[in-house]
Design a protein around this ligand. Sequence first.
Ligand SMILES: Cc1cc2nc3c(=O)[nH]c(=O)nc-3n(C[C@H](O)[C@H](O)[C@H](O)COP(=O)(O)O)c2cc1C
Length: 405
Amino acid sequence: MRQVLRYVTRCNITVRGLAVNLPAENCGMEISMKNTFGNSLAVTLFGESHGPYIGAVLDGLAPGIEIDEELIASQLTKRRPSGRISTARVEKDEYIIASGVYKGRTTGTPLCILIPNTAQHSEDYEKTVGAARPGHADYTAHCKYHGYEDFNGGGHFSGRITAALVAAAAVVMPVLESKGIRIATHISSCASIADRGFEDYRKDFDTLGEAVFPVLDEKAGEKMREAIEQAAAEGDSVGGVLESVITGMPAGVGEPWFDSVESTIAHMLYSVPAVKGVQFGAGFDMVNGFGSEFNDPLRSENGRVVTVTNNNGGINGGITNGMPIVIRAAVKPTPSIYKEQDTIDLGTGENTKLKINGRHDPAIIHRAAVVVDSVLALTVYDLLAGRYGTDSMNTKGGTFDGYKY
Ligand SMILES: Cc1cc2nc3c(=O)[nH]c(=O)nc-3n(C[C@H](O)[C@H](O)[C@H](O)COP(=O)(O)O)c2cc1C
């Protein structure tokens, strides 16, 4: 996906299967696929928060996947803002599938989803133009794009772009579902208020269902919502931790080193704006314990190898062991807050003060949950297509064979 050129003369390289011959002046420069992720299934994201459209292209889909319009719509609803705990910018998210589908099924050629932006208020950004929002990407985007970036609403760095990821993932979710692979995420904590952990995956996944504020303990959820409203009333924001589980993964998927399942999942999770930490299984909790506590003893049960505990979160040596993959993602408090902040003016480089306008989420965590489910679905699809082949990624059911004795 990413190649760094170190040649000093004209050079031939291959970037994602395309032969590229670069002139001398470009040799030594970094060439990377900037907005594309995936090997067997590549997802490309495009668009700006206040531009006419945002969207995604999926390349490498199996032909014949039935498009579940209701699922796409319901996943987008989960991401859409709601009530006082979210931004006041509410988009209808009516999407257009511009290519790659014929008679309701994927053709196998690139599938392009377009989502029009309809509720932009670019004037909100006019008064503060030039003042970089601390914690947001305004300053770093300016460094990279030399002032040509569209800063309105965070431009290409806006959480708005995640709507396209959610819609794209809803195309592949029925394939995973048909293979017995389920993915779910709950708000493990928000503003230091903890939800209960997963107890029975099957039941808990059903509980989370279509929830727009996905928690397992409703009382904890209520307290979290109050804390978000309180932060909003004070012009501030809060963060939290999302816990996700992927069940039904066959053993033996993944690569030992650089394309380990952890690396691949973490790569995609860190692409979600505001995710600042990722942990697998017991992760950082293991550091002060003993091997005897955290080793996950193996045993054979009804002809299947399982581990008694799952501290390693379903992955050993970068490869799935057939146990549920357990992931935690840290989501920071929303950077755009209404309190006055110190910053710099992007035009002059001078110190200045910023008091933002615009509509922002006082917490991202509840809206990010479905985004995390979505990037996990795209990643799992890519990993499975790499191991079992594109054509096996159909909705005909059955399970992928993991290792068998
Ligand atoms: C669903 C979602 C909604 C978001 N909403 C906002 C928002 O309203 N205001 C804001 O400043 N940041 C919001 N963000 C986060 C920023 O996009 C993000 O913090 C910024 O791009 C900088 O990236 P980083 O935090 O990963 O470094 C949102 C992120 C997501 C995933």
